[in-house]
Design a protein. Structure first.
Length: 248
């Protein structure tokens, strides 16, 4: 697995260590006028060479910024036709996330982490691939079974050695990008992680997946000790709902 590289956090740097010609454009489009720096405390792990452009595993770890209050983690792929892949508001969860991504071609994959002071901290890594992941139809969209299984959701938990929990969330969904001929965009839109004793409408954490997330997504999240999940609820961009209770 390749890992992000950046300058030391005590020496903020705005020079892209991945040397992408698109970075300045993407920074303006997605991070706006807020201060942004490349920060080694944001770790992005992905294979240096991805054999399957439809399923590229990515893990983001911003736990070293926990003390600064992580409010959002934004995943970007510079050379994808749809750059924004996912937004994660960790809330009561750890600022750590695993998932799978579609890539159209070799590209930097980045995590931009917004802290409570409004500053963006950016890490990333290059992923080489044969490409085509964003313009191919999903296998689910051509299956007669997908409507019956659509948004079937499973949430499982395992104890961690630090006393917290690791959660694995699986959802059946084609996650079509809208870039394959004749197949409209169809993707999960928002997923809320619910906790024991949380008020109605409140969430421990919120995921907002976009079209580049892989078909039938699997998300891995960590909860600190004392925070207990009870289930998830969410919807896709066609208004279809999903719910699931936590299974031991």
């Amino acid at each position: 697995m390749a890992t992000s590289t950046a300058t030391r956090p005590e020496n903020p740097n705005t020079t892209d260590p991945l040397n992408s010609p698109r970075w300045d454009e993407l920074r303006r489009a997605w991070l706006g006028d807020a201060p942004a720096e490349f920060d080694s405390r944001v770790q992005v792990q992905a294979p240096a060479m991805a054999e399957d452009a439809l399923n590229v595993p990515v893990r983001v770890d911003a736990s070293r910024l926990r003390g600064q209050g992580v409010e959002e983690i934004l995943i970007l792929a510079d050379f994808n036709p749809i750059v924004r892949a996912l937004s994660y508001s960790p809330g009561s969860a750890e600022p750590v996330l695993g998932f799978r991504l579609k890539l159209q071609q070799s590209s930097p994959v980045r995590a931009a982490v917004r802290t409570a002071d409004g500053r963006w901290h950016v890490g990333g890594t290059w992923v080489a691939t044969t490409g085509g992941g964003c313009t191919l139809p999903s296998t689910g969209s051509g299956s007669p079974e997908w409507q019956r299984q659509l948004n079937h959701t499973e949430l499982r938990a395992w104890p961690r050695v630090d006393g917290g929990q690791r959660l694995k969330l699986r959802i059946v969904h084609p996650m079509d990008t809208g870039l394959a001929d004749g197949i409209p965009a169809f993707h999960l839109e928002e997923i809320s992680l619910l906790g024991q004793g949380t008020p109605a409408g409140a969430a421990l954490a919120v995921l907002r997946p976009y079209e580049p997330v892989a078909e039938n997504p699997v998300f891995t999240l960590d909860l600190p000790a004392g925070v207990v999940a009870s289930g998830v609820s969410g919807r896709d961009n066609n208004g279809n709902r999903l719910t699931a209770e936590l299974r031991p």
